[in-house]
Design a protein around this ligand. Sequence first.
Ligand SMILES: *Cc1c(COP(=O)(O)O)cnc(C)c1O
Length: 407
Amino acid sequence: MTSLQPALSMTQPQPNVIAPQRAEFLPFALPDIGEEEIDEVVRTLRSGWITTGPRTKEFEQRFAEYVGASHAIAVSSCTAALHIGLAAAGVGPGDEVITSPLTFCSTANVVVHLGARPIFADICDDFNIDPAQIKQRITERTKAIIPVHHSGQPCRMDEIHELAWRYGLKVIEDAAHAAGATYRGRKVGVLSDVTAFSFYAIKNMTTAEGGMITTEDDELADVMRLLSLHGISKDAWKRYAASGSWYYEVLYPGYKCNMTDIQASLGIHQLARLEGFIKTRRRYARLYDEAFAEMPEIRTPRVNSDVGHAWHLYVIQLDLERLTIDRAGFIEALRAENIGTSVHFIPVHLHPFYRQRFGCKLGDYPNAERIYAGIVSLPLYPKMSEDDVLDVVAAVRRVVSLYRREG
Ligand SMILES: *Cc1c(COP(=O)(O)O)cnc(C)c1O
C-alpha cells in the first residue's frame, strides 16, 4: 500500500535566511461569529428548548426563502444531508453513484454506507467534474450523480441534468462550498432533485456543525424529513411541546441527524450575513487574482462566465516545473512565513480504503492527480483584513522568488 504522505526529503525548503515578514501566524481559516449569534445562542439556552424546535423551523424557512427552494430540512452536517438525499433517492446495494475524485471523503463515504459503489469521473481545469467523463461511466447500475461545486463554483449543471434526464438518474448536489452561489442566474439549491449544504465551522456560513437539504420535490422532502429523525411520523420534534402527543409511528428505520436549536440560533444570523461574507471573499479573491496575474509560477482559479462564484476557497496551482520545491515544500515555506494553507483535496480514489475496496489506483484519474500535485488553498475568509491578504501575497512572492528555477 502506497502511503499518502508526500516524500519530504527532497522537497524541504532551506530555512529562510531572513525572518518572516509577518510576526503572527495567519490561520488558514476562521469562523466569523458576531454578537447577534452569541446573544441568540444564549437566549436559546435560557429558553429551555435547546434541540430541534422553533429556531430550527425559522432557520429552515429563512434558508428556503433565501435560495428560493420549496423545502429546506436542517440536519447535523452536509455528510448527513448527502446520506439522506441518496437514501431518499433510493440508492442502495448494487447501485452506482458517480462523483468527483477531487472532493472531501464524505461525498463518497456516504455512498459506501448505503451499500452502493462510488464511481469517480475525472475533472476539468475548473476543478469540477467533467460531464463527458460522467457520460462514459454511466451503466445500467448507475442511480445518481453527485456533482461537487469545488471552491464554490457551480458545476456545468445543464449538461449534467441533460445526462440525468436521458438516463433516468437522480442528481444530488454536494453544495458544501456553494451556499450563495448561482448558476445561470439561479441560486444553487433549486437546480437539482436534492442539494446538500454544509455549515461546518469554516464553511461560507456556520452553525459549528450542521447542514441543510433543499428540494423542490414534495415527496422527497417528506421522506428526507422522516429519515433525519428516526423515521418517526410528522413533526416528531413537537412530542414534548404543549401541542404535542406521546403517540408516534416509525415509518422507516431512519437516522438521527436533526439540527439543534442552538445550531439554528447561529445559522439564522450567519444566513443574514452570508451575502456580505461572499462580497468580502470576492473582493479578496480579486486582490489575489491581480497580485498573481503576472507570476508565471502560479495559476489563479479559472472562473466560468455563467456562474456566481461563492468563493469558499481560493486555490492556486503551482507550475512545479518552474520551482525547485514541490507543493509540500511550498506549503512548508509559507508556514515559515507564518501563513497557514490547506489542500482541497487528496483525491478520494487514492485513499487506502478506496484502493483496497474498489481497486482504485494512481493513474485512474489523470486530471485530478495532476491538479492535486500542484494545488494550494490560500487563506480566504471575511475575518481576515485586507492587510492579511497583502501579507499572503507578499509571502507567496517571497517563496516563489526564493525557489524559482533559474534558466
Ligand atoms: C466540508 C465538506 C463536506 C462535509 O461537510 P460536513 O458538514 O462537515 O459534513 C462534504 N463535501 C465537501 C466538498 C466538503 O468540503
